[in-house]
Design a protein around this ligand. Structure first.
Ligand SMILES: NC(=O)c1ccc[n+]([C@@H]2O[C@H](COP(=O)([O-])OP(=O)(O)OC[C@H]3O[C@@H](n4cnc5c(N)ncnc54)[C@H](O)[C@@H]3O)[C@@H](O)[C@H]2O)c1
Ligand SMILES: O=C(O)C[C@H](O)C(=O)O
Ligand SMILES: [Mg+2]
Length: 598
C-alpha cells in the first residue's frame, strides 16, 4: 500500500532546499513535491535523479534496488568527483584552441545538466564565475553555431510554423505543472552571430540557467522555447535540425507569435515571458504588441538599457562629477538596433527626469551608414527621436553619415559605447582618438557578443586609448596587466546583471505587466550598488560571485516599484495588501531618495 501512496519525496525536498534564493529575499519554493515515477524512470529524469546518491531506504522505496552500484556516494563526494574531472579536463586540454577547450567544458557540464540537475545547479552556483563563460556568452554562441552536431537530447519546447492551430494543445505536452519563467527566441539574431534558426535554442537555455543560478528560480519551473519560423541563413537551409524554409514574414509571422503567447498565457497566466535575440524588425514590434497585455519584457532592449545606464552613470561618478552632470555628457552610441536604441531610450528618460524637461542631450547615434541625422532618408521610426539636427552636427564639422572615426575625433566623447555586433570596429585609430576625449577618464564599452564580435578587446582598449580609461565588454575578458603592478579593470557590461532580478521581482510581486517604472527601479538599483571606492577604481558592476546578492536587491527594487504602481497582484499566500505593507516598512527603513531624483 505504501508503494502506491505518493509519498513526499526526500529527493525533491533535498533538491528544493538547495534552491532557496539568497537569504535576503523571499523563497520561491513551492509546497511539497510528489514523485510519481519509480525505478529506471527516476534515474533517467534529471529533475529527480541523484545518481549513486540515493540512500538505501530511498532505493527500496523508489524501486531502485539493483539498478545502481551498491555503494552510496554522498552528494558532497559526487560534487568533488565532478569538479575533479572538470579540473583534469582543463589540464588535459591545455594548449588546445580556445574553441576546442570551451566546447569540451560545455559538453561535460551539459552532460551533467542532462543527467542530474541538482548537482548541475549546485556546481553552477558555486562556480558561477568560472562556468558563466561556458553556459553563457561567449561559449553559448559557439554551441548555437554547432547545435545540430552537438544535439543529443532536446531541452525546452520547440514550436514551428508548421504547428499553427496546434499550439494550445501542444503547450500541455510540457511535463511540469507550473512554469514561472519562459525565455523565448525565434533564433533570428543570436548574439552578434546573426540568424541561427532553431540552433538559437542555446540562448534561452543559458539565460534560464542564469535565472536558476542568480535568482534561485526553481529549475522545474523554467521553460526555454524556440519558435522556429524558418531561417534565412543559406547554410542552415541546406542542413540543420530546424525548418528548411525561409522565415515567415508579416501577418503570417505575427499570427504565429500571437498564438504561442495565447497558449502560454492560457496554461500559465502568471508566467513571465522574456523575449530574447529577436531581429530588430520584430523586437520593438512584439514588445509594443504584448507589453500591456502580458507580463513580458524584451531583454535585449530593456535589460541591456538598464545595465548600460548603470555603466554610464558609473562613468560620471568615476570622473568625480555629480550624477546631475550626466545631462551634459557627450556619448557616442555605435549600433542603432534593439540594444542601442533601448539604451538611448532609457538614457533620454533619465535626462528628462533629471532636468524636468524634454531631453536634447549630446548623445550621438551611429549605424552601418554612419552618423544618424534628421537628414537621413528612411530612418526607422524607433531611431528617429535620436537623430541629430543637421545644424547641430554641422557646427561640430560633421554631416549626415559621418563615419565613426570622424565622429569620435570631432565630438571628443566621454563615452564610446558599441552595440553594433561588428568585431573590431573600435580599431586602433578610433581608440587612439579617444585619448583626445574632453575627459581625462573616458569610457569604452564594447558590449557586442560573443567575444569575436566585441567592438574591441580589453587589451587593445587600454593599449591605444590609455591606461586611465574605464572599460566594459559584453563578454568576459581578463583584466589587463598594465605593468608596474597596475591593472586595467574589465567590467562585464552584460544584461545578466539585470534580467534575473527583473524576472524575480516580477514573479514575487505577481505583477500584471513589466512597467517602465519597474525597469527604471532595476537600473537605479544596479547603478547605486557600487561603492565610491570601487567606482574610483573603474569597477562599475559587482563581481559575478555576487550575482545572487545583486539579483536579490534588483528583485526587491522591482517588486517595490510594482507595488508602488499598483501593479502587484501578489503571489501564493502573499496578497497585494501584505506586499504593500512589507514594501512600506522597507521604504521607511530606506530613507535613501530615488537615485536619479536627486
Ligand atoms: N552586452 C549586452 O548585454 C548586450 C545586450 C544586447 C545586445 N548585445 C549585443 O549587441 C549587438 C547588437 O544587438 P542588437 O539586437 O542591437 O542588433 P541589431 O541587429 O538590432 O542592431 C545592430 C545595429 O548595428 C548597426 N551596425 C551594423 N554594422 C555597423 C557598422 N559597421 N558601424 C556602425 N553600426 C553598425 C546596424 O546598422 C544596427 O543598427 C549584438 O552583438 C548583441 O550580442 C549585447
Ligand atoms: O546574451 C548575452 O550575453 C547578452 C545579450 O542578450 C545579447 O544578445 O548579446
Ligand atoms: Mg540577447
Amino acid at each position: 500500500m505504501w508503494r502506491k501512496t505518493v509519498a513526499r519525496s526526500a529527493v525533491m525536498a533535498g533538491k528544493l532546499r538547495r534552491f532557496s534564493i539568497c537569504a535576503s529575499s523571499p523563497s520561491l519554493i513551492p509546497g511539497p513535491c510528489i514523485v510519481h515515477k519509480r525505478g529506471a524512470d527516476i534515474l533517467h529524469d534529471p529533475w529527480f535523479n541523484k545518481d549513486t546518491g540515493f540512500p538505501l531506504t530511498e532505493r527500496d522505496r523508489l524501486g531502485l534496488r539493483g539498478l545502481l552500484p551498491p555503494r552510496v556516494i554522498s552528494f558532497e563526494q559526487q560534487y568533488d568527483r565532478f569538479m575533479e574531472s572538470y579540473r583534469s579536463l582543463e589540464k588535459n586540454t591545455a594548449g588546445q584552441s580556445d574553441g576546442v577547450v570551451s566546447l569540451a567544458k560545455w559538453r561535460i557540464l551539459n552532460r551533467l545538466h542532462d543527467r542530474n540537475e541538482t548537482l548541475y545547479y549546485r556546481v553552477l552556483i558555486d562556480n558561477i564565475k568560472d562556468f558563466a563563460p561556458i553556459i553563457y556568452t561567449p561559449t553559448v554562441g559557439l554551441v548555437c553555431q554547432n547545435y545540430s552536431g552537438l544535439f543529443r537530447r532536446p531541452r525546452g519546447m520547440y514550436f514551428s510554423a508548421k504547428d499553427k492551430g496546434e499550439m494550445m494543445s501542444m503547450i500541455y505536452n510540457w511535463p511540469a505543472p507550473e512554469v514561472d519563467m519562459v525565455v523565448l527566441t525565434d533564433g533570428s539574431r543570436i548574439l552578434g552571430l546573426g540568424d541561427l534558426g532553431v540552433q538559437g535554442i542555446g540562448i534561452p537555455i543559458g539565460k534560464l540557467d542564469m535565472y536558476v543560478a542568480a535568482a534561485g528560480i526553481n529549475p522545474q519551473r523554467v521553460l526555454p522555447i524556440m519558435l522556429d519560423v524558418g531561417t534565412n541563413n543559406e547554410k542552415l537551409l541546406e542542413d540543420h535540425l530546424g525548418l528548411r524554409e525561409r522565415r515567415l514574414e508579416g501577418e503570417e509571422y505575427i499570427s504565429v507569435v500571437d498564438e504561442l503567447m495565447e497558449a502560454l498565457h492560457a496554461r500559465w497566466p502568471k508566467a513571465i515571458v522574456q523575449f530574447e535575440d529577436f531581429q530588430f524588425k520584430w523586437a520593438f514590434e512584439t514588445l509594443q504588441r504584448y507589453r500591456t497585455k502580458y507580463c513580458m519584457f524584451n531583454d535585449d532592449i530593456q535589460g541591456t538599457a538598464g545595465v548600460a545606464l548603470a555603466g554610464l552613470l558609473g562613468t560620471v561618478r568615476a570622473q568625480g562629477l555629480p550624477l546631475s552632470d550626466f545631462v551634459n555628457q557627450k556619448i557616442v552610441v555605435v549600433g542603432a538596433g534593439s540594444a542601442g536604441l533601448g539604451v538611448l531610450n532609457m538614457a533620454f528618460q533619465a535626462v528628462s527626469r533629471m532636468t524636468g524637461k524634454t531631453a536634447n542631450p549630446q548623445f550621438f547615434l551611429i549605424d552601418k551608414d554612419g552618423l544618424i541625422t534628421k537628414e537621413r532618408n528612411g530612418v526607422d521610426p524607433s531611431a528617429a527621436p535620436f537623430a541629430k539636427a543637421i545644424g547641430e552636427v554641422q557646427s561640430l564639422g560633421l554631416r549626415e553619415g559621418s563615419d565613426l572615426l570622424e565622429v569620435v575625433r570631432k565630438v571628443k566623447p566621454l563615452v564610446l559605447l558599441g552595440l553594433s555586433g561588428v568585431g573590431g570596429i573600435f580599431n586602433e585609430q578610433v581608440l587612439k582618438a579617444m585619448r583626445d576625449s574632453d575627459s581625462p577618464k573616458p569610457a569604452i564599452f564594447a558590449m557586442s557578443n560573443p567575444t569575436t564580435n566585441a567592438e574591441c578587446t580589453a587589451a587593445d582598449a587600454f593599449k591605444h586609448a590609455g591606461e586611465k580609461i574605464v572599460f566594459g565588454s559584453g563578454s568576459p575578458f581578463q583584466h589587463v596587466d598594465l605593468g608596474n603592478g597596475k591593472v586595467g579593470h574589465v567590467n562585464q557590461a552584460n544584461n545578466m546583471y539585470l534580467f534575473p532580478g527583473i524576472g524575480l521581482g516580477g514573479l514575487l510581486s505577481g505583477a500584471r505587466i513589466i512597467s517602465d517604472g519597474m525597469l527604471q527601479a532595476a537600473a537605479e538599483c544596479l547603478a547605486s550598488y557600487m561603492t565610491e571606492a570601487d567606482i574610483q577604481k573603474g569597477i562599475l558592476y559587482p563581481s559575478l560571485d555576487s550575482i545572487r546578492h545583486i539579483t536579490a536587491e534588483v528583485g526587491a527594487a522591482v517588486l517595490r516599484a510594482a507595488v508602488a504602481e499598483d501593479l502587484a497582484e501578489g503571489r501564493g499566500e502573499v496578497g497585494p495588501k501584505e506586499l504593500g505593507h512589507m514594501s512600506k516598512v522597507r521604504s521607511n527603513l530606506e530613507s535613501k531618495a530615488h537615485f536619479l531624483s536627486l
